[in-house]
Design a protein around this ligand. Sequence first.
Ligand code: KG4
Ligand code: ZN
Length: 340
Amino acid sequence: MTLVFSIETSCDETSVAIVENGGQILSQITFNQAEHNRFGGVVPEIASRAHLQILQKIIPLCFNKANLNIKNIDLFCATCGPGLVGGLLVGSTIAKTMAIGINKPFYPINHLEGHLVSPLFNNELKFPNLILLLTGGHTQIYLTHKPNKYELLGETVDDAIGESFDKVAKLIGLNFPGGPEIEKLAKNGNPNSYKLPHPFIKKKNINFSFSGIKTAVSLIVSKQNKINLKFKEDISASFQNKIIEILIKKTELALSILKNDKIDIYDIAIVGGVAANMELRKSFSKIFNKKYNMIYPLKKLCGDNAAMIALACHKKFEEKIEPNYFFKPNPRLTIMKSKF
Ligand code: KG4
Ligand code: ZN
């Protein structure tokens, strides 16, 4: 039995977990720092101070909940990038200190790899597979050759998809984070009420651009006399619909480029905070389910959480990747770029 203790503090969620044998979550506590809501976005200084305070409370609670103590843990890990450097320093320093204190290994974990393995708690993924990583900071498509071997096929050249949900939400006076609010309003809206641009539609690469859509929404909002409920519902539905259409088109393009390269994909996964969006899941399943398995993480594991960091750590341990006490947190940590 291998027990992994993990800390995730890359943005505004403070999360700790104990995961057994790379799959069973014995305990996880995730605290969302709601104090950022009134600023309409995450304030880095507030976030790092809050991580420190919250971790002191939730680490003992996490051990109590699992009925374990620090000496039972075999591997320690923490998110070491990408993210806000203050939070990364707080989380990784605490996890490293715990590991050094009982002479156990520490693994620095890339936050993006945490999201990429998050569906594996409740699914298997055949290789090679395609993974769309859709978060507040990233919009990327990966080809996964085997465990721990990811190839970045394309990504956004400006705003991330979650960021664009958040910005559009702010424009129409909704709370942060905007994704869930827009999804709720869109249910009663007409997706064809407003015509929004489809950037890069003619480009034969797999990159995205979302800033133009946000600007288009901003122009529509500025011309609107009254921002009433009906308007919010219709603009939310139009925006969400356009975003989903863009993602589907780029996924189709990625699959055809790979097919030309004789790479056959069976499984497509969507991960990250935006993967919680049920309309997105429904639309993808409708289009791709005939030829591919559509795979999603549990809804509670779409957003930032420590369990996915523990699972990424366990995968490295299984692949005999060396632990490392000396890795410096890197706010711009990436995963290898592709030849495509
Ligand atoms: O993965 P995540 O929790 O954090 C990052 O690593 O960035 O993603 C957060 C993003 C936010 O921008 C939030 O608005 C978006 O995920 N999000 C959603 C939904 N739930 C969260 N976007 C669309 N629909 C949702 N239901
Ligand atoms: Zn994330």
